[in-house]
Design a protein. Structure first.
Length: 236
């Protein structure tokens, strides 16, 4: 079962920062997940929320600011004083530090309805980095996933379920050839795992942070988990 570092090693360092990604790499994480938004001047910024209130206490929407306006913000001090001075990374910055063996799961938080052209910029960056084989693009915004597929027939796609019914999800996954159904622990039932596997789709589950929960999902046949503690890969 694949253990994916959720927003990096976010149990040990501030989420979606270079510190979290480097910690995950140091801990031997085989895969890393992150979230992407877009600034007004079209920079792909790694952050979970569409503002920085939670991590940087900045209420401005990322879509309404230029990269230079937010690039210097401290997004680490909230987690611990040793992380004071951590800055917002861009998606291209993360690719700079990733070894070729590490898989990257890129969640587009919202598509072109909020961030015009974001799908094309993500796909272009994947191509530029020669990272198609090791990058999976996911989103709760399923229109964004359709857009990604229209841009590239081979890009890997993960379908985040959210409130969508399974019937609709499996139909849309077939439309866009999504390789995995990504869903929460609460949504993960034996019959759901079987239904996905019967359709030759993987099941990836978030957010799993204990060996007990990991082992329960392993018994269900889950293919991967997103966790804040990459050492879950070793606790056996």
């Amino acid at each position: 079962m694949l253990v994916i570092a959720h927003r990096g090693a976010s149990g040990h360092a501030p989420e979606n920062t270079m510190a979290a990604f480097l910690r995950a790499l140091a801990m031997g994480a085989p895969a890393i997940e992150l979230d992407v938004h877009q600034t007004l001047d079209h920079e792909l910024v790694v952050a979970h929320d569409d503002d920085l209130k939670r991590c940087g206490r900045d209420k401005r929407r990322i879509k309404n600011v230029h990269w230079d306006d937010v690039s210097g913000l401290d997004v680490g001090a909230w987690f611990g004083k040793e992380f004071t001075g951590e800055r917002l990374p861009r998606l291209e910055d993360v690719y700079d530090i990733l070894p070729p063996s590490v898989e990257l799961h890129v969640e587009i938080k919202r598509g072109s309805s909020v961030y015009p052209g974001i799908e094309e910029r993500v796909v272009d960056l994947i191509h530029k980095r020669g990272a198609s084989a090791r990058t999976v693009v996911s989103s709760f915004d399923h229109a964004a996933l359709y857009s990604v597929r229209s841009l590239d027939e081979k890009v890997r796609i993960g379908y985040l379920l959210g409130l969508t019914t399974l019937q609709t999800a499996f139909r849309e996954m077939k439309d866009i050839d999504a390789e995995s159904l990504n869903l929460s622990v609460r949504q993960t039932l034996a019959r759901t795992v079987k239904a996905a596997h019967d359709r030759e789709r993987k099941i990836l589950v978030y957010t799993v942070n204990t060996p007990v929960e990991r082992d329960r999902l392993l018994k269900l046949g889950v293919d991967g988990i997103f966790c804040n503690y990459p050492e879950l890969n070793l606790w056996r």
